[in-house]
Ligand binder design. Sequence first.
Ligand code: FE2
Length: 425
Amino acid sequence: MFDLIVKGGVLPDGKRVDIGIVGNTITAIDVLNGAEAGQTIDATGDLVSPPFVDPHFHLDATLSYGTPRINASGTLLEGIGLWGELKEVMTQDDMVARALTYCDWAASMGLLAIRSHVDVCDDRLLGVEAMLHVRDKVKDYIDLQLVAFPQDGFYRDPTARNNTLRALDMGVDIVGGIPHFERTMTDGAASVKELCEIAAQRGLQVDMHCDETDDPMSRHIETLSYETQRLGLHGRVAGSHLTSMHSMDNYYVSKLLPLMAEAQINAIPNPLINIVLQGRHDTYPKRRGLTRVKEMQAHGINVGWGQDCVLDPWYSLGTADMLDVAFMGLHVAQMTSPPEMRTCFDMVTTHNAKTMNLPEYGLTVGAKASLVVLDAGDPIEALRLRATRLFVIANGKLISQTPRADAKVTLAGRPPIVRRRHQID
Ligand code: FE2
């Protein structure tokens, strides 16, 4: 007897299975003919995936687009300046409300694990308090990890160092940083070293905005990898963005990638925002703004796509859809062969779960019963269609349903169009 059976779905690897759930745990993945269940969801022919995972987001800034003005130049630096203006006027209640609205959007898209950076460069730490509250409010359906993020520079901002420690004392999960925004390369490297030492002392993970610049001499990922090795933080450190790598000298990169692999660094390119923000100082040729994704993967480095922003000072679009993120990444990184496209889907599910060190993630017996049923026959079709999330289940409970998109399309004098290649049985 099961509480819930998801019947006839297709796993990302192509296997057709029924998934049996008791409480908040997957207890069977098999053909469950005749099994009884309190509730049955018909997923015949539909892709059933573990939930989407976003390892890089800014919940404190999301849904603030246009307040108090828009980012006219579209650059990272104007975005940081605009965020500074916004911090002066926004309230804690407003931050909580925006973040909870975003979490509803995320849940409806099957996005059930998010790592959010939280700006600590406000001595009141209003954002930290707000996001800790949000983490508690959404815990039944979203795994929310918070990163203490010194947006204005760990050393560059006079109180950021102290505020980072205060935020960690308050219960923020992960140590962040922004070495390329410190005043000098030396300060940037020193910030990486000290922040990694703080993480090691406290038994925490590290996730830094790292080398989010077009400057090929921005090499803080080297220091981050070295400190990870020195302090034994293998597998517990992520480098976000890493865009300078697109312009680094090839010989230098041939030495860097093995170091990153040995340190088990997790890499988080953010294709929506990187393609928008980077290369703004270029004329032509204009650089793509994305790090070396395929080259890192060829060295065995775990790489997953992050979203970074939705409707905030840096990015004026976004829908909490990790398939949008993977779709953009697929294009910009030219990952167009069938295996590469499948990898792009894995990058917003299993790869990101590895980066976030999520326990009990995946569609296996004994795992947490969280999954999403998509209106697609396989991961490639899910990407092509940015497929509708038909059912979203979190911790054994059905939390969101969306009708099939094509069911609503009617053409005059013709049968309804069907955009799916793999028809439902
Ligand atoms: Fe970010």
